[in-house]
Write a protein that binds this ligand. Structure first.
Ligand SMILES: [Zn+2]
Length: 280
């Protein structure tokens, strides 16, 4: 995840050419780095609370602006029309985390680009919705605390004919051709809800664990919640990500970080499958 959502700054001191292998010195080191492999076999199946989405169904009070940051496309999340930000709680989270930004990690015409692996599968694209613990005043402050940030990870899988419609995502895809140039900006017309980025995704089944940012400075401040069900995306829409250019005019490809050691961290899996209906 890139975290400069709240500051609008563009960090050009690093890139994804070696998928993070050359970030020594700019990236924190520790025992809870991200991304990692996620699998049913190596997870603790737990009756955790589901993720509760607050204000995800209320329209945002201004149009979203997508920005080409040179290593991803990113957008800041404003308040909704009721004056509050969308927020999440539940899962492993204690307290409320308000939405700050959304960005994407993708591959290339020849490779898949999600950051987490699920059951040894790398999906095509991974969307990150970044949230800040309301105990902290802003993202920079939150990054100093192990419970500062919560990120939702959503996988996208290329399919021939997506059988479901995601109105929020469709609006983003249609603006991607306007974001090809470095620092380009594009406004999504009209007003959407953050929930329109999730559509009917099954948010009740997820992996969750304590990790880090996946871009410098790689702070170990993130509680990750990664949904196990992917969202379908048409090849023609995925291909729009591969055309986006960095500050040197080269396509941004494979902007994911290589897998990090798990170091015996517990990974929890919440599922509604096969485990009765007592917490579904
Ligand atoms: Zn990310």
């Amino acid at each position: 995840m890139g975290i400069d959502t709240s500051t609008g700054s563009v960090n050009s001191d690093w890139n994804h050419e070696q998928n993070g292998l050359d970030w020594e010195g700019t990236c924190a080191t520790g025992r809870r780095q991200t991304p990692i492999r996620l699998s049913l076999d190596s997870s603790l199946i737990m009756p955790l609370p589901r993720i509760f989405f607050g204000n995800y169904d209320v329209r945002l009070n201004r149009p979203l602006t997508l920005i080409n940051k040179g290593y991803t496309v990113d957008m800041s999340i404003p308040e909704t029309r009721n004056g509050q930000k969308p927020f999440i709680t539940g899962g492993l989270l204690k307290g409320q985390y308000v939405a700050e930004g959304v960005h994407f990690h993708w591959g290339s015409p020849n490779s898949r680009g999600a950051e987490h692996l699920i059951n040894n599968r790398r999906y095509d694209i991974e969307m990150h919705i970044v949230h800040r613990n309301t105990r902290y005043s802003d993202v920079s402050e939150a990054l100093n605390h192990p419970d500062g940030i919560a990120v939702l990870g959503i996988m996208f899988k290329i399919v021939n004919t997506p059988d479901r419609i995601y109105p929020g995502l469709r609006k983003i895809y249609s603006e991607l051709p306007n974001l090809v140039e470095y620092k380009a900006e594009a406004e999504i017309p009209g007003s959407i809800t953050l929930g329109q980025l999730l559509g009917d995704l099954n948010t009740r089944d997820f992996y969750t664990y304590k990790g880090s940012l996946t871009t410098p400075d790689c702070q170990e401040a993130v509680t990750w919640t990664v949904f196990s069900q992917p969202i379908p995306i048409a090849y023609s829409d995925a291909a729009k990500f591969w055309n986006i250019l960095d500050s040197n005019g080269n396509p941004i490809e494979n902007n994911y970080r290589i897998l990090q050691p798990r170091n015996n961290r517990p990974v929890f899996y919440r599922t509604t499958k096969d485990f009765g209906s007592y917490y579904g």
